[in-house]
Design a protein around this ligand. Structure first.
Ligand SMILES: Nc1nc2c(ncn2[C@@H]2O[C@H](COP(=O)(O)OP(=O)(O)OP(=O)(O)O)[C@@H](O)[C@H]2O)c(=O)[nH]1
Ligand SMILES: [Mg+2]
Length: 349
């Protein structure tokens, strides 16, 4: 038996265009999923720009925003066409298909009122209705019987992407963070004796710990792996070897117990860098700072605190961002760590 081949040239052309579009989107999606997405965060002058420069040197590139926007426009149009065709054809089928949920009736009239042409603006309400309909078992049944009417080939592919498209337009924070595999948080470790330029009196390292607290407990970032780069190790070593002590700024250093796996504590620089690492690792074991303490947070709109429910791990590296060789080695470790995480998420590890 041969395949159904439309004799109508317009219909045939439409089908070809659809197939080409579907192919393009599939390739785009595959590439996007393949890319490892990192979010680089850190206080002022901690070395973020330097790390990006090193990444460029080490040939790491990403997706452009215009590529992404172009894809969103294509998907939106196809979502509307698909859901409109499904809704309007449901009752005409023989025997007809009915909605499984009552609320879908309201969503169906909303979509029918818009007509077959895509809406002038895509609102949250619009996406809610499409989502309600696409979740309805009646619509799913209608989709299964789509051989009985005209529906674009890739309707399911597009409708399954509602969340992705909606996020890209209406929830900028989520869009920014969705699919991020890991957050790189940079710390200028040698800042232990510095105060913030803009707010004299605030210790820069202490402020970096507070910022990390906000980021670690942020609702938006809770699914991403977190890697802390304890950067500027060369400057830290220099400071310690010149006789400066972290104890003058962090009195708790005097009582600091170094773990035996980190060394015997005889090297002051090693002891200091472990102490600084533990300032950050303690954050991952504690509750978020109180709202009172977070008044001066530089991320007020972004941070919605959550208490940890998942068992998350944080990875620490001692880095010198200005040293390409050092960053290359560290990134090789980071890369394997992220791949392991992805495999674990997929249940392959
Ligand atoms: N010695 C040394 N200098 C570093 C290191 N990392 C960064 N720097 C220097 O520190 C300064 C600040 O680094 P940037 O990469 O500009 O820091 P940033 O986080 O992008 O700073 P802002 O954009 O101002 O927030 C630059 O002069 C860097 O060359 C390091 O590991 N060792
Ligand atoms: Mg910068």
């Amino acid at each position: 038996m041969g395949c159904f081949d439309s004799k109508d040239p317009v219909e045939r052309e439409q089908k070809i265009v659809n197939q080409q579009l579907e192919k393009k989107l599939k390739t785009w999606n595959k590439d996007y999923m393949k890319a490892i997405k990192l979010l680089l965060l850190g206080a002022g002058e901690s070395g973020k720009t330097t790390i990006i420069k090193q990444m460029k040197i080490l040939h790491i590139s990403g997706f452009s925003e215009s590529d992404r926007q172009e894809k969103v426009v294509d998907i939106r149009q196809n979502i509307h066409e698909s859901i409109y065709d499904l809704v309007t054809n449901m009752s005409a089928l023989k025997p007809p298909v009915v909605f499984a949920n009552d609320e879908s009736e309201i969503s169906a009239s909303y979509i029918c009122n818009l007509g077959p042409k895509e809406p002038s603006s895509y609102t949250q309400e619009y996406y809610d209705h499409v989502q309600t309909l696409w979740n309805d078992d009646g619509i799913k049944e209608c989709y299964r019987r789509s051989n009985e009417f005209q529906l674009i080939d890739s309707a399911k592919y597009f409708l399954d992407r509602i969340k992705e498209v909606r996020n890209s337009e209406y929830r900028p924070s989520d869009q920014l963070f969705e699919g991020i595999h890991a957050i790189l948080f940079l710390v200028a470790s040698s800042d232990f004796d510095q105060t913030l330029r803009e707010e004299t009196g605030v210790n820069r390292l202490r402020e970096a710990v507070n910022l990390f607290d906000d980021i670690w407990h942020s609702r938006f970032l809770r699914h991403a792996g977190v890697i802390v780069f304890l950067n500027k190790q060369d400057m830290l070593k220099e400071k310690i070897e010149s006789g400066k002590s972290v104890a003058s700024y962090f009195p708790e250093y005097n009582k600091y117990q170094m773990s035996s796996k980190d060394g015997d504590g005889s090297d002051e620089y090693i002891r200091t860098r472990c102490f600084i690492r533990d300032l950050f690792s303690d954050v991952t074991k504690k509750k978020p700072r109180s709202p009172e303490d977070r008044k001066s947070s530089i991320l007020p709109g972004l941070v919605v605190m959550v208490a940890d429910t998942e068992n998350r791990q944080c990875y620490f590296h001692f880095t010198v961002a200005t040293d390409t060789g050092n960053i290359k080695t560290v990134f090789e470790d980071v890369h394997s760590m992220i791949l392991m995480r992805i495999l674990t998420d997929w249940g392959l590890q």
